[in-house]
Design a protein around this ligand. Sequence first.
Ligand code: ADP
Ligand code: MG
Length: 259
Amino acid sequence: MNNASIARNAADAAQGKHAIEMIGVSKWYGEFQSLRDINLTVSRGERVVVCGPSGSGKSTMIRCINRLEEHQKGQIFVDGIELTDALEDIVKIRHRVGMVFQQFNLFPHLSILENCMLAPVTAKGVSRQEAEETAMRYLKRVKIPEQAYKYPSQLSGGQQQRVAIARALCMEPDIMLFDEPTSALDPEMVKEVLDTMVLLAGDGMTMICVTHEMGFARQVADRVIFMDAGQIVESSPPADFFANPQHERAKAFLGQILS
Ligand code: ADP
Ligand code: MG
């Protein structure tokens, strides 16, 4: 990008035209560069699937979007708010961006309902009654309201991951980030979690999903992004990506994963 288009993108981003805008983002861990000049615009309601080999920077990229990792170069805007050191902006952005990890990270000593109520009550100051109503609404949405009074260890992996999704939704985010949400699950539980994500996609949620579930990508993604060595090397609609991958590494990757 030239300087004029970078400036124009930054101005658009600051007005909140897009859900997410990353402009020339680079990140290092010590000497090692994990992100190289990432440019990514995600529109409101857009569903993006991110794939690529292990170590290519997928987690790092999405973790930068809610400041679980800090970028050293470039700009990141979420709903028009730029991520800088300003703590109040980081808090605002974290309220708008929900995240679901490979490991479900539920609190073992809290019931499912309490896990879902915790952040709204403690971080947002919502009343317990309202938080409970919201939690039950989202536990119904992910189709496990009957588990509300159990503890995480009493649930299957697939159910725990659906709780983790409900818990993120309880903050009423505008954007959901998923980092390989089905990778830690036994195969028979993958579908129930993907089905939940398909539901969310149908609700019009802006989503970035790091996943190698290519069936899911075909079904719901507006765009597939392929990363290699810290760069976005391909970004295309799923039909094009699967039928006609451009980059050698993308071809090799698809060959492995679809074989
Ligand atoms: P992916 O999610 O695509 O597998 P990651 O974003 O986790 O890749 O990692 C990208 C690169 O950054 C990898 O080479 C990884 O080893 C490195 N990396 C990730 N986290 C750290 C860290 N905390 N410290 C040092 N290097 C890291
Ligand atoms: Mg990862």
